[in-house]
Each structure stands twice: as structure tokens, then as C-alpha cells.
Design a protein around this ligand. Sequence first.
Ligand SMILES: NC(=O)c1ccc[n+]([C@@H]2O[C@H](COP(=O)([O-])OP(=O)(O)OC[C@H]3O[C@@H](n4cnc5c(N)ncnc54)[C@H](O)[C@@H]3O)[C@@H](O)[C@H]2O)c1
Ligand SMILES: [Zn+2]
Length: 355
Amino acid sequence: MHILTLEDYQVVVGEEDIWTPIRNVLHKGEMYSSVLILVDENTEQHCLPTFLDNIEYPKAKIIRVPAGEANKNLDVCNSIWAQLLEQEADRRSLVINLGGGVVGDMGGFAAATFKRGVDFIQFPTSLLAMVDASIGGKLAIDYKQVKNTIGLFLNPQAVFIYPPFLKSLPDRELRSGYAEIIKHALIADHGMWDGIQQIHRLDGVKWNQLIHRSLAVKKKIVEQDPKEKGIRKILNFGHTIGHALESYSHMTNEPLLHGEAIAIGMICEAYLSNKSFTLTVNSVQRITDYILKIYGKVNIDNWPFDKLLQLMMQDKKNEFGRINFSLLREEGVAVFNQNCDTGLIKECLLYYRGL
Ligand SMILES: NC(=O)c1ccc[n+]([C@@H]2O[C@H](COP(=O)([O-])OP(=O)(O)OC[C@H]3O[C@@H](n4cnc5c(N)ncnc54)[C@H](O)[C@@H]3O)[C@@H](O)[C@H]2O)c1
Ligand SMILES: [Zn+2]
């Protein structure tokens, strides 16, 4: 079992040994008047039975939401509040978010606002949520189709990560989450980057160790800058271009998953890091080769540059109307607030197309 301590909560990563600490939280001096577990239909099927078998808390109540980003909205949030009322949750209740980033972000938001805030625990079940969404205190729902528009920063009581849940996660979702692990290595942990380059297939990976190391990177960064005023922006490496590609792909018949778009974004932004900063050509090549090995090549030949640029202009990191990038100084070291002109941005997309 690995335990990371963030400012006021712990992240526990483990296998069978994880159930004792969670039972301790639930049973601690009858601290909670009730325990409510939020699931979507996939985590209800694949994770909830194991969870219930192990927590030994027969009075736990279940709250259900439909799966997927399209449901991370006010209507579904409304239904969570309604279910909390129906189940007679009160200020001393505990909500456990058992699911991917959608359940975690929306369940955390619903709990943080219900009766001015009830305690919640994050129990991420997707790789993306395990290494990224579940720590750092960001909670939100999408509003009028714009991602994460309504939300707040608030830490959970604790985060519990049980990697065996990844066995039922679809391969594509697993690969998507892995992009954030690559990102964490590239921005802040050269040793980890050396290590993961030996990973060629995701089916045999020992996740425990890797998740812990990846979380250590995110912890180090969010602790320095919890509200994303400065250094936390380096977590956006690959995301300026990646988000634009992700949004554009949703207008086509083949939408990309978040991490799939970020993988392309990291190749493009590695190229930018060389052209407008200090990353060497050899490093760009290594990053490109590894990402292509895991993700393959996506055909973006007909994706209009102007439209992509327009999407990048809407990026939340921009200040004073300039597109703001987080780039690599070298493999394992990132910098933020870098501007690149549009000619160079086009060039990096052409670089990817030409691979
Ligand atoms: N708060 C943050 O700091 C932060 C950071 C990154 C991403 N996010 C948010 O996270 C969300 C994306 O998270 P996600 O990729 O986990 O999406 P998700 O919650 O939609 O999960 C992806 C799919 O996998 C299914 N699933 C999850 N765990 C499973 C399991 N163990 N077995 C089988 N199926 C399983 C889900 O039901 C869903 O269909 C986005 O809304 C994004 O904005 C938040
Ligand atoms: Zn991301």
C-alpha cells in the first residue's frame, strides 16, 4: 500500500490492503449518519459488487447516474441532489464517488453544495481519474456544452485507489488515461519517463507503482499552486493543441477520447518546444516515437487549421488574447506561459500530419 499525504487529506493506493483503511473511515465512531455511494451504470456493474463486499457497511445507499461526459450537467446533478434528499442524506452524511472522472467531478460538486457541503470520498475507477481527476480539488459540471463551467476547488476527505478495478475498463479508456501518466513523466520526472519508455503494451503493466509515481508528480505541482495561478499550468502540457483536437473531433464521426487527443497534442507541443524553446531534436524524436508506438497515428489531414486555431483561442489558459502554452525545457522539465505565433502552431500540426 502507498500513502500520499496532501495538505489535508490522504491518497491511498493499494490492493486488498486498501479495504481496512476505508472501513476505518466508515466506522470511525459512528461519525457519519449515512453513507451514499454514487455510481454510473458501468461502475455499478463492474465495481460496486466488489466494493460492497469489502466495505462491510450494509446500510450504504446507492445513488445512480447515467455514464459519460454528456451527463456531467446540471440536469443529472439535479437528480443527484434529489436522490440525496430522497435517501434522507443530512449534513453528517458521507458521499463516496465510485467511478471515473465524470462521477468524481460531478459527485464532488453535488456533495460540496448539498446542504452547504457534506463530506465526500473519491474512489476513482478509470485510469484517468486515478492519476489525474481524483486529486487536486477541482470539482465541476459542464454548462451549456462548455466543459467544467460551474464548479469549485474543494478537497475530498480522502482518495482510495484500487488498481484491480482497471481490469474491466475498456482498452481504449485505459490507453486514454495513460496519456496523463506520460504527461506527468515528461513535465516533471525524467526517471519515470526513462522507465515508461520500456512499456510497449498496457495489458501487462503493474499499475500500482506507476499510479503512485504519477500521483506524486501531480501532488508536488498542485501543492505549490493549488489554484493554478502559475506552476500548476505545466499540467496543461499537450492540452492547448490537444483540447482543440478533442473538440474538433467531436464534430466528426470519429470523436477522440481525451487522452488520445492529448497524445497528439504532446507530439505537436514537443515540436513547438524545440522550435521556440530548448528541447532538442532528439528529444522530440523520442517523444514522437513512443507516443506513436502506444497510440498509432490519427489522420487529421482534413482538419481545418483555422478552425483548430479558433478553438485554441478559447483556451482557458490564454491571457491578453495570446495562446498560452506549457512547453518542455527538456525531457522531465516543463515551463509555462509560453507564446507561439500562429505560423509555428500550423507547422507543428503539419509535423504531426507528416509522420
Ligand atoms: N478534476 C480534475 O482535476 C480533472 C482532471 C482531468 C479530467 N477531469 C474530468 O474527468 C472526466 C473524464 O474522466 P474519465 O475518463 O474517467 O471519464 P468517465 O467518468 O466518463 O469514464 C469513462 C468510461 O469508463 C467507464 N468506467 C469507469 N471505470 C470503469 C471500470 N473500472 N470498469 C468499466 N468501466 C468503467 C465509465 O462508466 C465511462 O463510460 C472529464 O469530465 C474531465 O473533465 C477532471
Ligand atoms: Zn488531461
